[in-house]
Design a protein around this ligand. Structure first.
Ligand SMILES: C[S@@+](CC[C@H](N)C(=O)[O-])C[C@H]1O[C@@H](n2cnc3c(N)ncnc32)[C@H](O)[C@@H]1O
Length: 264
């Protein structure tokens, strides 16, 4: 485990230290519920992890010089898709809020999109992926899982250029192009499409010092009223539930069983 994780673990509170009723309900629904298993998605994940076919991959995080490399599907499935625990959180967030419109940046093989869809079957999900070969595999996976997901093969930048000014999103999951400038830019460009009830989820907020800086600054954006740091995911809320903003670093109670409620 790395230094960032120890820092997170040391500072993390449990649900019992949360003040706002809104964040308490969030923590209860997302962090303290028993795991719900989705054998169809996890069987597919295991199949992808064993798939040695090769594809030409384009790295869209590499700026103007888009790097093309040859890799296996197994390698992508092992290294760049969300861990089952993170998928479980995404499923529960989607299930708790029942967002009408979901936007995901970074489809990869479609595993996190599938969990978001399972949580809220009535949602319209749009997921954006720059790499055309990965995009094709994700589409095959959505058909195999019988999921209706609007998947778009585009760069995040071009998608944002083309988006209608009237388009709002209820849940946004940013899971790609993890650097300071890109994260800040995408957030600013998405702002006009947020409602007060929108939930913005950022992946890999402690992955690098750049991402930690972006997370700290976004938490303090004037639009943000509360935030939750779950180490892998950072979640931003814009709803003015509290007169005082509340920012929490949270961990499921079972990992800090001594952090209980001492008084009401
Ligand atoms: C970490 S993976 C997404 C994982 C996926 N959300 C999951 O957990 O199953 C990030 C994906 O974003 C794509 N990506 C990164 N930067 C991008 C950009 N600027 N435009 C479009 N796609 C991009 C990459 O090709 C990669 O497939």
């Amino acid at each position: 485990m790395n230094k960032a994780f120890f820092k997170y673990y040391r500072s993390a509170d449990t649900i019992y230290q949360v003040h706002s009723p809104f964040l308490y309900k969030f923590a209860e629904a997302v962090m303290e519920k028993p795991v719900k298993r989705f054998p169809d998605i996890e069987t597919l994940r295991n199949k992808l992890k064993a798939d040695s076919s090769t594809i030409h991959r384009t790295d869209f995080g590499a700026g103007s010089k888009q790097l093309r490399t040859i890799t296996t599907i197994a390698n992508i499935a092992k290294s760049s898709i969300s861990h089952p625990l993170v998928c479980q959180w995404l499923y529960r967030i989607s299930s708790f809020f029942q967002p009408k419109e979901i936007l995901e940046f970074g489809t990869s093989l479609g595993i996190s999109s599938a969990y978001l869809a399972k949580g809220s079957p009535g949602s319209k999900i749009t997921t954006v992926e720059g790499d055309s070969e990965v995009f094709k595999i994700a589409n095959k996976n959505f058909s195999q899982l019988n999921l209706e997901i609007d998947s778009i093969n585009n760069t995040f930048h071009s998608f944002l250029e083309d988006i209608s000014p009237d388009q709002d999103f209820d849940l946004v999951f940013l899971d790609g192009h993890h650097n300071y400038k890109a994260t800040k830019t995408y957030f600013q460009k998405l702002k006009p499409h947020f409602k007060p009830t929108t939930i913005a989820i950022l992946d890999d907020i402690h992955w690098s010092t750049e991402m930690e800086k972006a997370w700290e600054e976004l938490k303090n954006d004037p639009l943000v009223r509360s935030s939750v740091d779950l180490f892998q995911l950072g979640i931003l809320f814009f709803k003015p539930e509290n007169s005082k903003p509340e920012h929490r670093i949270l961990i499921p109670q079972k990992y800090k069983p001594w952090k209980i409620r001492l008084k009401d």
